[in-house]
Design a binder for this molecule. Structure first.
Ligand SMILES: C[S@@+](CC[C@H](N)C(=O)[O-])C[C@H]1O[C@@H](n2cnc3c(N)ncnc32)[C@H](O)[C@@H]1O
Length: 280
């Protein structure tokens, strides 16, 4: 189901479906990302934040697209490897090529739970799923920093079978969790909770070849609900402790099992790393 876009922030009432707790005074990562991807579900405050970031780092749009494409490749690969359950944490506003769509193109009975702390994302995800089989998908509005709450939620417990492998997706979300908030323990909590054969999929922002560029772009997030934390390849690699990394390991995002030979331009998008690990 396609929803009426939020449109311009003219102070007009929100569309009927929009949850009342939507905050139009602070930029939200999901809405900034939506704007970068060319979506319409964002407000002035999000667009302003994105434009500040884009002024410092024009590659940000291409990075957002490269990240979405990685998500698609990873989900497709895992579905082709036989995984039929997906816990997508930090889902983002679902668009074409969302996790369920990609997984079910390969595994028609795939079960997917979408988790995000942003009410806009939950509203969109619920609308998208309204026609879907409730036994196969669910939406949970929750914070990745509270992994126990996520795993104990009725929706997660009723849709996912923890005796069978589950792909835990934390794609472009862990960089919103600081060291003080124990980002690495959070990833480990999910790995410890799932059965052998399960997968962890992570992509994460990093300092790229032009040092300081992402740092400057990050100013755009300064007033957003979550700040962006950059981590280097080895820090991102540590998220996979307790798993065995699939080839090619933790690499820059466009280089993870690309569908075609990456161009020099693709390879210059080195402002983030990604990997997929399997729990043995
Ligand atoms: C950059 S988007 C990534 C969306 C999607 N995973 C993708 O890669 O295309 C980040 C998402 O993480 C969500 N997010 C940020 N911090 C979060 C938190 N603490 N708990 C849950 N979701 C969070 C945002 O609301 C946003 O939807």
């Amino acid at each position: 189901m396609t929803q009426e876009p939020l449109g311009q922030d003219t102070g007009a009432p929100l569309p009927e479906w929009a949850p009342p707790e939507i905050d139009r005074t602070k930029a939200h990562p999901a809405r900034i990302y939506d704007y970068l991807l060319g979506g319409k579900d964002n407000f002035d405050v999000d667009r302003d934040a994105a434009e500040v970031a884009l002024a410092a780092m024009p590659e940000l749009r291409a990075m957002a697209r490269a990240n979405r494409a990685f998500l698609g490749r990873a989900v497709r690969h895992l579905a082709e490897s036989g995984i039929t359950q997906f816990l997508d944490i930090g889902t983002g506003i679902p668009g074409p090529g969302n996790t369920g769509e990609i997984a079910r193109a390969v595994q028609p009975g795939a079960r997917v739970v979408y988790v995000d702390y942003d009410p806009i994302v939950s509203a969109h995800s619920r609308a998208l799923l309204s026609a879907a089989d409730p036994a196969l998908s669910a939406v949970v509005q929750a914070d990745v920093r509270e992994p126990k709450t996520i795993l104990d939620s009725g929706a997660v417990q009723s849709v996912l079978d923890f005796e069978q492998p589950i792909a835990v997706l934390m794609v472009a979300v862990l960089h919103f969790v600081s060291e003080a908030e124990d980002a690495h323990s959070i990833a480990r909590y999910f790995i410890d909770a799932v059965a052998p054969g399960s997968a962890l999929v992570v992509s994460h922002a990093s300092e790229g070849h032009e040092a300081g560029k992402f740092g400057a772009a990050r100013e755009g997030w300064n007033n957003a609900t979550s700040q962006l934390v950059l981590r280097d390849r080895s820090e991102i690699g540590r998220f996979f402790e307790g798993t065995e990394l699939l080839d090619p390991g933790v690499v820059i995002i466009p280089a993870w099992r690309p569908d075609r030979e990456p161009s020099a331009e693709d390879l210059a998008l080195d402002y983030g790393h990604a990997g997929v690990g399997i729990k043995r």
